[in-house]
Design a protein around this ligand. Structure first.
Ligand SMILES: Nc1ncnc2c1ncn2[C@@H]1O[C@H](COP(=O)(O)OP(=O)(O)OP(=O)(O)O)[C@@H](O)[C@H]1O
Ligand SMILES: [Mg+2]
Length: 428
């Protein structure tokens, strides 16, 4: 479709679409494009288009793509004020953006990243949203950077990631906080001038409050940016933080964003998982040759005589796969064992807990791999576990020669990236 835009006008873009600039200049999230260039906006994403000059465009629409004019500026003036402030900051400056879901947090970070990059700064981007991850796959907190302006945060270059094991921080707040800190540490090692931290939209209820407050205390950002649609919707968080001397900056939510319903969020996640597994293949890893975290499987040894004697009372000759450790006994059985039997075994062996899992629990369980320095190497999906050799068959892109750790996740997905359910026998 051929489109002409007036000088100093705004349009709302919704993907999927391609824009070829036939004449003039456009700006998308502060990134400038001119005659001869083509930009692409994927499905499920929206963006503001500003034309500083009269311009002629050729737009090709894909699935659900459209463009519509906007009378109001789509980038609030406060976003530009924030940029002016950040432009003058010193190296390693940390900015944490807090706002409800669909308020434009990621859009604001994209805008700031582009403008600050163009002003010569080295940009560290931390995506602490493990559900709608843009940098790194879902279930991770990603660290990225940019080497040219971008239209969407998912175009950032992934430098490292921290696996938290689930798409929501619920129940694992500590990993979400430590993961953010780890990525900040890496960003500082990389010598980033400015570190922009995107967070989840979980700002309400007692755990949302707890997460934001503890993250603030752990990170000690130089600036907290609150992005609000309605006045005082984040008042409860400001009240929680203001006594600690936090520097605040308030910006408005843009007049138009694209809301994402729950089902669409799931689809976007599946897409992100698929992207992660694009170059995956099957690998075989021995649990004994790796460090094991976030789980019980692979953390024990063969059962003691005492344990074997007690187990034989319940299982006869047919003793299942068992690992014994100081605090726990892990039993892998074809079918779940009745709770009263497990409790009896626990009591007699004086263990803190008995973990009973089945081969079906492990199949399609999401895992992650790191190297010896804790650097993220990729997600994995467990396809099979051989109890005789303690070897796992895993679908992953991770490089086999530098694997040092396997981290067990709390969800199951298939190799097409579709979520199959929760797995939480060892969720804290
Ligand atoms: N100023 C803007 N003008 C037009 N579209 C925007 C603007 N800011 C963000 N968007 C788009 O609207 C959609 C939702 O915004 P965004 O992802 O920034 O919100 P969010 O607060 O990060 O949401 P979530 O809570 O899901 O992380 C995205 O497709 C984004 O690109
Ligand atoms: Mg976001």
């Amino acid at each position: 479709m051929y489109v002409e835009l007036d000088k100093d006008s705004w349009s709302f873009l919704s993907g999927e679409l391609w824009i070829e600039i036939l004449d003039g200049e456009i700006e998308v999230f502060g990134a400038k494009y001119s005659k001869g260039e083509t930009i692409y906006l994927p499905e499920h994403r929206a963006a503001p288009l500003y034309s500083p000059t009269k311009c002629k465009l050729n737009i090709t629409f894909g699935n659900e793509g459209f463009i519509s004019e906007s009378k109001d500026p789509l980038i609030p003036e406060s976003w530009n004020c924030l940029f002016s402030l950040l432009e003058k900051t010193n190296s390693g400056y940390k900015v944490m953006v807090i706002g409800n879901v669909d308020t434009g947090k990621t859009g604001l970070i994209t805008y700031l990243a582009n403008k600050l990059f163009l002003s010569g700064k080295k940009i560290g981007l931390i995506d602490a949203d493990t559900g709608q991850s843009d940098i790194g796959p879902p279930t991770t907190i990603g660290l990225g950077t940019i080497e040219h302006p971008i239209i969407h945060l998912s175009e950032a270059i992934l430098l490292d990631a921290f696996f938290v094991g689930n798409v929501t921080p619920a129940g694992i707040l500590q990993r979400s906080i430590i993961g953010t800190l780890e990525m900040i540490r890496r960003a500082i090692e990389y010598g980033m001038d400015i570190i922009l931290i995107d967070t989840t939209g979980w700002v309400c209820d007692r755990w949302g409050r707890e997460l934001k407050m503890l993250k603030y205390l752990a990170v000690h950002p130089d600036l907290v940016v609150f992005i609000e649609k309605r006045e005082d919707e984040l008042l409860h968080l400001k009240r929680a933080l203001e006594g600690y001397g936090a520097e605040f900056f308030h910006v408005e939510s843009p007049p138009r964003v694209k809301m994402r319903p729950r089902e669409e969020r799931r689809e976007i996640r599946a897409e992100m998982f698929r992207k992660e597994f694009e170059d995956a293949r099957e690998i075989v890893v021995s649990l004994d040759s790796l460090g094991v975290s976030y789980g019980f499987l692979g953390t024990g040894k063969e059962p003691s005589e005492t344990a074997l004697n007690i187990l034989s009372e319940f299982f006869g000759e047919d003793i299942p796969y068992v690992e014994e450790s100081e605090d726990a006994l892990l039993i892998l059985t074809d079918h779940k064992v009745h709770g009263s039997i497990l409790e009896e075994i626990r009591r007699r062996l004086n263990k803190r807990e008995i973990i009973n899992i089945t081969p079906n629990d492990i199949k399609h369980l999401l895992v992650a791999f790191t190297d010896f320095n804790g650097r993220f190497l990729g997600l994995g999906v467990i396809l099979d576990f051989d109890i005789k050799t303690k070897k796992l068959l895993v679908w992953t892109r991770a490089r086999l020669d530098i694997l040092a750790n396997i981290q067990f996740g709390h969800i199951k997905i298939n190799i097409n990236g579709e979520e199959e359910g929760k797995f939480n026998p060892w969720l804290i």
